[in-house]
Design a protein around this ligand. Structure first.
Ligand code: 5RP
Length: 222
């Protein structure tokens, strides 16, 4: 199977995981990216089984709506049963790097609300140590240079994602060469820099289940 087929396989596996638990009033949190898109397309087949979705990006909201799936504002929703999203990297503790698509802040908010975070990814995303993928950090525009200097003090090499503006109107710094030994600590350290909105480490709130598409089938990590 090629990478796209692996993404489709994990999207279908995620659908089969949540399908028996869906209720008429269920709201599902939806991530962003090519794997999340596979899940959205699969979810459309069972749209009569649940109420609607909360999206982590404008792009995902548009895709959900194009399938006729109602999209709710998070503020009008009390509970999200499942959050389904991809990742740029995961370790075996289900700590993630996310934000390659720049949607990390809304992704982190929806993941925080969700009862269960199911991460779906092809096998290339499972790594022994996080940090080969540059860590995205969403930054308030006027703080860009200050935050970059602080990230250098933490040992990283921040690179401004030129020409990219997040759905929240902010900028992204992609931080290369970080030594991520204790992901929860680094996540909090970076979030404590004034001007940082959030960073792409999902370690304080990791995934609950990783469905990994491999050549031997979909593997589950908990
Ligand atoms: C977007 C994300 C995505 O989940 C991540 O970039 C993985 O994307 P893909 O499924 O296309 O490989 O965090 O902000």
């Amino acid at each position: 199977m090629n990478q796209d087929e692996l993404k489709q396989a994990v999207a279908l596996a995620a659908l089969e995981t949540i399908r028996p638990k869906l209720e008429r009033e269920s709201i599902i949190g939806i991530g962003t990216g090519s794997t999340a898109n596979c899940f959205i397309d699969a979810l459309a087949q069972v749209k009569q089984l649940f109420d609607g979705a909360v999206a982590s990006s404008e792009a995902s909201a548009e895709r959900l709506k194009s399938h006729g799936i109602p999209v709710y504002d998070l503020n009008s929703v009390n509970e999200i049963q499942f959050y389904i999203d991809g990742a740029d990297e995961s370790n075996e503790r289900l700590e993630l790097i996310k934000g390659g698509g720049g949607a990390l802040t809304r992704e982190k908010i929806v993941a925080a609300v969700a009862d269960q975070f199911i991460c779906i990814a092809d096998e290339s995303k499972l790594v022994p140590l996080l940090g080969t993928f540059p860590l995205p950090v969403e930054v308030i525009p006027m703080a860009r240079s200050y935050v970059a200097r602080e990230l250098v003090k933490l040992g990283g090499d921040p690179v401004y994602r030129s020409g990219f503006v997040t759905d929240n109107g902010n900028l992204i710094l992609d931080v290369h060469n970080l030594q991520i030994n204790v992901a929860t600590t680094l996540e909090e350290q970076i979030n404590n820099i004034t001007g940082v909105v959030t960073n792409g480490l999902f370690a304080v709130r990791p995934a609950n289940l990783l469905l990994l598409g491999t050549q031997q089938g979909v593997k589950e990590y908990r």
